[in-house]
Design a protein around this ligand. Structure first.
Ligand SMILES: *[C@@H]1O[C@H](CO)[C@@H](O)[C@H](O)[C@H]1NC(C)=O
Ligand SMILES: *[C@@H]1O[C@H](CO)[C@@H](O)[C@H](O)[C@H]1NC(C)=O
Ligand SMILES: *[C@@H]1O[C@H](CO)[C@@H](O)[C@H](O)[C@H]1NC(C)=O
Ligand SMILES: *[C@@H]1O[C@H](CO)[C@@H](O)[C@H](O)[C@H]1NC(C)=O
Ligand SMILES: *[C@@H]1O[C@H](CO)[C@@H](O)[C@H](O)[C@H]1NC(C)=O
Length: 522
């Protein structure tokens, strides 16, 4: 097995080996192929620039770095699908640590090239894919969602959901082998949101590809939560009330104040949001300050909207159809309005939920969603599940093949996620445990108080989770907790707290509130 951390001497040998026999040129990769795929092009570039990173799941890094890197871009198609998938593989040319990492995307983007450099600078060979639609057009559903007017691009959605991930991984490993002379010792996935969903899709559908998967705030249950995300704008139209952002912000603030102390520590972080039964009607009439220093009071309809928001979508009969967000999560991710004056506000729904309903459910980009009936709204959830659950739902709990292959999964979800309900991921994990009571032997899920969607919030961000995963896979050290710190502090400054394995809850015991030993997971 290759040394995990290549010593200076070995690095020199490896570098010599690379420059003597393997070069960052098209010929090196001429033998790279893909079962069921046809390579269209291979472009290589030896370059020492790793641009400033937009990292997920790790501490943010703000500066550009340099590491001599072979950047390989491969395009392929699946004959008959009329598709083009692009995979980006970056190879550190001097100090490869023997590991390979797949980097997930976000929203409609299948991957992120600017997420590769962080890992390359740490010695990993890294891959990401555009998922079958170029990054520049990922958010432009007109370009790729349909093959012709109203007709779903089924191959395109299959690529985005699953197939391109498998392909990029297979290609990435082949590129690694061609360049270094042997394949990776260990392979990891890291991604948040769409990238988190991709990680769990890989475990579910391609269980041999990765030894370790870090899947955070995962956009699993895609067929459920995406139409459900239209519930807040729908509720506004039902109430015929479009509150200015300040009103919902004030209600969230009141909820946080009411529930903050439950965990034993008043610090602006609600560590037990599941126990926060805040009723927004209790703050009706409270005076608040809004945009341009105007003042108003929290209205009865604003409070009703907040209560509907937290409850989540219900059918016409009042039966729950999906989860709401926790009261400590910002409401403006999915209940945003844009106001031209103190009294005139319009809904500004999150674009991906309207994309989903218009392009994939109604197959009509022009469809008007501003005054739906309750029956129409509820029907979206049924249509979505019926058509897409097996395509992109990513909620299969049978992970037997992944377990058998020896894989490990770490997942975490920010309790204050303002887009994807924490409770959907918690439900998935409970279902995994029901299917396999010993699942914690290979899959651990952590709840992260005070952290929003992938980042943000006042809570404790577990920025070392990838290192914990590597330690679990390579040394057998299963993590009981993750260590969280405010994300914007650089690599370890400031307050620390344990991030607990679900369903354990973080409790403050006393003492210095900035150190792990002052808390317990109960
Ligand atoms: C090196 O790579 C960076 C990032 O991919 C790119 O912006 C830059 O143009 C490349 N430099 C050269 C000399 O090709
Ligand atoms: C990183 O480098 C690019 C040019 O390659 C430059 O535009 C950018 O400002 C740099 N960012 C930082 C944070 O240094
Ligand atoms: C293949 O896709 C391109 C656009 O990407 C389109 O112009 C062309 O008509 C398609 N060909 C077939 C046979 O569908
Ligand atoms: C709001 O009031 C504060 C303090 O009175 C003042 O500093 C600020 O400029 C005002 N903002 C606007 C938009 O009027
Ligand atoms: C705040 O004031 C600006 C400048 O007068 C105006 O354009 C904007 O519409 C105002 N916002 C609201 C919500 O009234």
């Amino acid at each position: 097995m290759r040394a995990k951390y290549v010593s200076a001497g070995v690095a020199l040998l490896l570098a010599q080996h690379v420059s003597a026999q393997l070069s960052c040129s098209q010929e090196t990769f001429a033998g790279v192929s893909l079962p069921r795929g046809e390579i269209l092009s291979v472009v290589t570039e030896l370059n020492n620039t790793l641009p400033a990173q937009q990292t997920v799941n790790t501490w943010p890094i703000f500066s550009n770095t340099t590491t001599l890197t072979c950047k390989v871009t491969i395009q392929h198609t699946h004959p008959g699908w009329n598709d083009t998938v692009t995979s980006y593989v970056w190879l550190p040319s001097e100090e490869w640590n023997g590991r390979f990492v797949g980097v997930g995307g976000g929203g409609w983007a299948g991957g992120r090239v600017d997420g590769l450099g962080y890992h390359v600078a740490r010695g990993y060979a890294a891959v990401t894919t555009d998922g079958g639609h170029a990054f520049e057009v990922a958010d432009d559903l007109e370009v790729w969602a349909h093959t012709s007017k109203g007709n779903i691009n089924w191959y395109g959605i299959q690529n985005f959901a699953a197939v391109a991930l498998d392909d990029a991984t297979t290609l990435g490993k082949a590129v690694v082998e061609a360049f270094y002379g042997s394949g990776p010792d260990f392979s990891y996935w890291t991604g948040c949101s769409t990238g988190g969903r991709q990680g769990l899709m890989l475990a579910q559908r391609y269980p041999e590809q990765y030894d370790g998967i870090l899947a955070t705030c995962p956009a699993i249950n895609w067929d459920r939560f995406l139409p459900a995300m239209f519930w807040p704008p729908f509720a506004m139209s039902q109430l015929d009330y479009y509150p200015p952002p300040c009103e919902l912000e004030a209600i969230t603030k009141a909820a946080v104040e009411a529930c903050d102390a439950q965990d034993g520590l008043e610090d602006g972080v609600v560590a037990w949001p599941g126990d926060c039964d805040f009723d927004a009607t209790t703050v009706v009439g409270q005076r608040i300050t809004c945009e341009n220093n105007s003042t108003r009071v929290i209205s009865d309809k604003g409070a009703q909207l907040a209560n509907m928001f937290w409850k989540g979508p219900v059918s016409e009969e009042g039966v729950s159809e999906w989860y709401g967000l926790y009261p400590s999560a910002p409401m403006l991710g999915t209940a945003l309005t844009v106001c031209s004056s103190e009294t005139e506000c319009e809904p500004a729904p999150f674009s991906i939920t309207t994309d989903w309903i218009q392009f994939f459910l109604l197959q009509d980009p022009e469809a008007d969603l501003s005054s739906l009936t309750h029956e129409e709204f509820s029907r979206f959830l049924r249509m979505s599940t019926n058509r897409y659950s097996s395509v992109i739902g990513t909620s299969d709990v049978n992970l037997k093949d992944f377990k058998r292959a020896g894989g490990k999964i770490i997942s975490w979800h920010g309790a204050d996620d303002e887009l994807i309900p924490f409770l959907g991921t918690a439900q998935y994990y409970r279902r995994v445990l029901e299917a396999d009571p010993n699942a914690a032997d290979f899959f651990r899920f952590f709840s992260v108080p005070g952290v929003q969607h992938c980042a943000g919030g006042e809570g404790w961000f577990p920025g070392d989770a990838l290192d914990s995963l590597v330690d679990w896979v390579e040394n057998g050290n299963a993590p009981d907790i993750l260590v969280g710190r405010p994300r914007e502090s650089i690599e370890g400054e400031g307050r620390e707290a344990p991030v607990c394995q679900y369903p354990k809850k973080l409790r403050y015991l006393g003492g210095d509130p900035d150190v792990v030993s002052s808390f317990e997971c109960q």
